[in-house]
Design a protein around this ligand. Structure first.
Ligand SMILES: Cc1ncc(COP(=O)(O)O)c(C=O)c1O
Length: 382
């Protein structure tokens, strides 16, 4: 009878990591179970706790982030949830940037409040405001390296110092920058988070998140939170994300070059009120971005059309070669409309405060030929 558990490959080793789609593993005896669960010996029991594809992906990503540990979660939101539930107790307090992805704001502001955790949102580009907010005892300071959608860049190293002076954990969502452009752990972050759904997966076919850090003390709590709260990843998504990871640096460079060129070109087109790209001298964080991001300034840019929502609708119906697809990081250029997607549940007043207007389009620039993007944009703008 052939042994289905250990397919015989002779002396050959697959170049690509195999996909372990199994949700559970078989164990020879109870001692083997204890060795894995109690002594941390190699092996797997149940995929919600750990599986080979997540471990393999996590080790490659942790290396890229310059972290000593890493864990993959079922989505970016699962990763943020894991970091929160692993590190916060009822009655504790969080300070967060007042420019974050809409769902993150809902999690920190509304969901955590139901468990007795309060969040104060501050302008993290104003270090005095952050210092003042941290005067009250704070467990976590949470920011995005480059904010969704307006690409405000924060001074990660300065914020890390402020957080640590006050004994707070510093957690950085690095989704828009990716570890190719900046490594928050090297700048002092305690935990970095990435939505792998975006540039790292890179092909719009996975939903995953990731956490990494240097202090191994965080790992057991986060690992337990992922299993207990059901925040785990599935093997096939991890397998796909690992495939995407191989081309991440090349994609980030090529798409950032396209974005930089496109930002300049767009600023000269009729019907456009403003273009937001950290590489442009009129971006509020232009100088800071050159310090925090290395080698390139990212593939994301925003532009505002004269004429608000109606103008956006007309643009979408004509420029069909740039799909309206409310995510980012695909190989080719897609666009989103923050007012009704990433910030749909944010109040109109708060959206306006941040600069998210009814004419604002967010572009995730891809690696295709720049001329083909311009051609499509031209159709929409006409
Ligand atoms: C900056 C940022 N963080 C986190 C998330 C959540 O990631 P996911 O969609 O993988 O849950 C998103 C999603 O758009 C995001 O833009």
């Amino acid at each position: 009878m052939s042994d289905y558990r250990t397919p015989s490959l002779g002396d050959t080793i697959p170049l690509v990591p195999p996909l372990y789609q199994s949700s559970v593993y078989t164990l020879p005896d109870l001692d083997a179970l204890d060795r894995i669960l109690d002594d941390g010996q190699p092996g797997y029991v149940y995929a919600r706790d750990a599986h080979p594809n997540a471990r393999h992906l996590a080790s490659r990503l942790a290396e890229l982030e310059g972290g000593r540990w890493g864990i993959v979660c079922g989505s970016g939101m699962a990763a943020i949830t894991a970091v929160c539930v692993a590190n916060l107790q009822k009655g504790q307090r969080l300070v967060a940037s007042n420019r974050l992805y809409g769902r993150t704001v809902q999690l920190l502001d509304q969901e955590l409040a139901r468990f007795g955790v309060q969040t104060e949102f501050v302008d993290c580009n104003d270090l005095d405001a952050v210092r003042a907010a941290l005067e009250k005892e704070t467990r976590i300071l949470f920011v995005e390296t480059m904010s969704n959608p307006l690409l405000r860049v924060v001074d990660v190293a300065a914020l890390a110092r402020l957080a640590h002076e006050r004994g707070a954990l510093f957690v950085v969502d690095n989704t828009f920058a990716t570890p190719v452009l900046t490594k928050p752990l090297a700048l002092g972050a305690d935990i970095v988070m990435e939505s792998l759904t975006k540039m790292i997966g890179g092909h719009s076919d996975v939903t995953l998140g990731f956490l990494a850090g240097n202090n191994p003390d965080f790992l057991p709590q986060v690992t337990a939170a992922v299993s207990i709260w059901g925040l785990a990843s599935n093997p096939f998504d991890c397998w796909l994300a690992e495939r995407g990871l191989g081309t991440l640096p090349v994609r980030m460079r090529a798409s950032s070059d396209n974005a930089a060129a496109l930002a300049g070109w767009l600023a000269g087109q009729r019907g456009i009120r403003r273009v937001l790209y950290p590489g442009r001298s009129d971006h509020p964080d232009h100088a800071l971005a050159q310090r925090v991001l290395v080698g390139a300034l990212g593939n994301m840019l925003c532009f505002e059309l004269d004429g608000g929502r109606d103008a956006v609708n007309r643009f979408l119906r004509v420029a069909t070669g740039i799909p309206f697809s409310p995510s980012l990081g695909h190989t080719f250029t897609t666009l989103s409309y923050p007012w009704s997607t990433s910030h749909r549940y944010t109040s109109p007043a708060e959206k306006r405060r941040q600069g998210i207007t009814e004419g604002l389009i967010r572009l995730s620039v891809g690696v295709e030929d720049l001329q083909s993007i311009q051609e499509e944009m031209r159709k929409g703008l006409e």
